[in-house]
Design a protein around this ligand. Sequence first.
Ligand code: FPP
Length: 227
Amino acid sequence: MEDCPVRHIAFIMDGNGRWAKKRLLPREYGHKVGAEVFEKIVGYCSDIGINAVTVYAFSTENWKRPKHEIEAIFGLFSDYIDNRTETLMKKNVRLVFIGDRSVFSPDLRKRMEAVENKTINNEKLLFVAINYGGRSEICHAVNELIAEGATEVSEEDITAHMYTKLAPDPDLIVRTGGEYRLSNFLLWQSAYSEIYVTDTLWPDMTNEDVDRALNEFKRRNRRFGGL
Ligand code: FPP
């Protein structure tokens, strides 16, 4: 397989609610289809040789949504963590949850750890951001460093304490749903990421849309601050 120039791709999976509304369906249905598309897109990224994928499934701000919508998202999440270990093993994917899991029930945390531990020796990485916020992640890293006794921190120290420390920074961040913002996603890691925004709503996202984002990435000239 030809080497993919993108080592790490991240997705802001936006537009599930609008997709459902356009079809006069409940928002929850948009998330259900969104979860199916998430699996298809992650599988495709792995098939074309991208070794790390991060998806934004639930932000620290998403708690402001109606209770039934939050429950629907966590229902999909729960189904995923309990029933996909075999698929992850077959695809050689290590699943890592990023975000503050301290607010979750001990049972949910245990199930999250179980799938993380079962897949720990797999080579590809899938980070699922759940109760995730970029600012909160930076605070978490600094607090860990303080707990270790640091009185001064370097960029390398913070990078080494990010939830995504197992992967290089994302080369490309794809946002569906047409909004031009990061919404508190991977704030530290996105310093030099290329950002690709498409009007496609997440449940309509196809493998061809991923190809379009990758082709656009190849056209861009990354200078990392140089000339
Ligand atoms: C943003 O769309 C989407 C979310 C807040 C939830 C995304 C969750 C999933 C795709 C399911 C995750 C499941 C697993 C297994 C990881 P929105 O609701 O903000 O859409 P809108 O902007 O159209 O309202």
